[in-house]
Design a protein around this ligand. Structure first.
Ligand code: CU
Length: 332
């Protein structure tokens, strides 16, 4: 018994070194720029993820002891920006979304400490619709890609920025062990016609709370979608890749924003139905169809996912590390 546990611990550790990652190489239009950490700030966490209450620390901005990089990369709207993995890693094999945040650097990107407001310029979710099992791996847009990437939208004004790319691994999220992988690049945007300050904004740390649903989501239930948005919504015109259920495939679309509100007044319609039954004391007889329809929309996925997942969660609750599931199977 004891031998088995030790063996599985060893297997788990062996897996960790190859499974974990950070980002140190900047890509522009899929071409590597400079060397390691020429444009991406070097930090001392190595490939280990940030977890738990560490997301409340100041180092959650650009990672542990991050130091200004020697250079600032100039890009224009429409350029594809990528943060490639460090240490020879060649593909993200953790399930979860990616986010890219930016903060304006009024005194230059090299001098920016990230204490100001950040906006979210891009988000990737699920690119392949599938079953619950697929959500534990290849359903995600970033699966097996060796970089976190996005296309610089027209809606980001000219100027220097810190750009923070992040992948959240969710395999341990049900047990409060979501893993955050991230680094910051120093980038100058030139050629934008945008003048409005991007919104909404957040502070980092502060963008996530430890108990946020989006980072405590279980992949071990029956859910075939990820109906959560970690942090704040993507800015108007920013990039959303994939979708909550992957049914739209691997597409990059512009996020809607306040300026589009005149064309999008459709959403509130369903509220009228919900209001109607409250006039009747006789809940049982009236409007049976409507309430049950509402329940179908709101609950089943969540209920089955969260109710059914308790056992699965308990079964894999030992798994703060990625490969421990595998070793656990070997045990049993
Ligand atoms: Cu991991």
């Amino acid at each position: 018994m004891k031998t088995t546990v030790t063996l599985s611990a060893l297997l788990g550790l062996a897996g960790l070194t190859s499974a974990h990652y950070t980002f140190d190489k900047l890509l522009v239009n899929d071409v590597k720029q400079g060397g390691d950490n020429t444009y991406i700030r070097k930090h001392t966490r190595g490939y280990m993820p940030t977890k738990g209450t560490e997301i409340l620390e100041e180092d959650f901005r650009c990672n542990t002891n991050a130091q200004p990089a020697p250079q600032v990369m100039t890009v224009k709207p429409g350029d594809k920006i990528g943060f490639q993995q460090a240490f020879g890693a060649n593909g993200i094999e953790h399930p979860g979304p990616t986010q890219v945040y930016m903060t304006a650097a009024k005194n230059g990107a090299k001098n920016e400490d990230g204490s100001g407001d950040w906006f979210k310029v891009a988000q990737s979710l699920i690119c392949k619709a599938g079953n619950a099992e697929s959500l534990r791996n290849y359903a995600w847009c970033s699966w097996k890609e060796n970089n976190v990437n996005f296309v610089m939208p027209e809606s980001v004004p000219d100027g220097e920025y810190l750009v923070r790319a992040e992948h959240i691994a969710l395999h341990g999220a049900h047990a409060g062990q979501a893993e955050f992988y991230y680094a910051c690049a120093q980038i100058k945007v030139e050629g934008s016609k945008a003048t409005a300050a991007p919104s909404p904004t957040t502070k980092i740390p502060g963008v996530y709370a430890v108990k946020d649903k989006a980072i405590n989501f279980s992949l071990w239930g029956s859910s075939t979608s990820y109906p959560e948005i970690p942090g704040i919504p993507v800015m108007a015109g920013g990039e959303i890749r994939g979708s909550a259920d992957g049914k739209s495939g691997d597409k990059r679309v512009a996020a809607p924003g306040a300026s589009d509100s005149s064309t999008k007044a459709a959403a509130p319609a369903t509220n009228n139905n919900a209001a109607a039954p409250s006039n009747n004391n006789n809940n049982n007889n009236n409007n049976n169809a409507a309430p049950s329809g509402n329940n179908d929309n709101n609950k089943p996925a969540g209920n089955k996912g969260f109710g059914g997942e308790t056992k699965a969660a308990a079964a894999s609750a030992n798994g703060p590390s990625c490969k421990s599931r595998r070793s656990k199977r070997f045990e049993s």
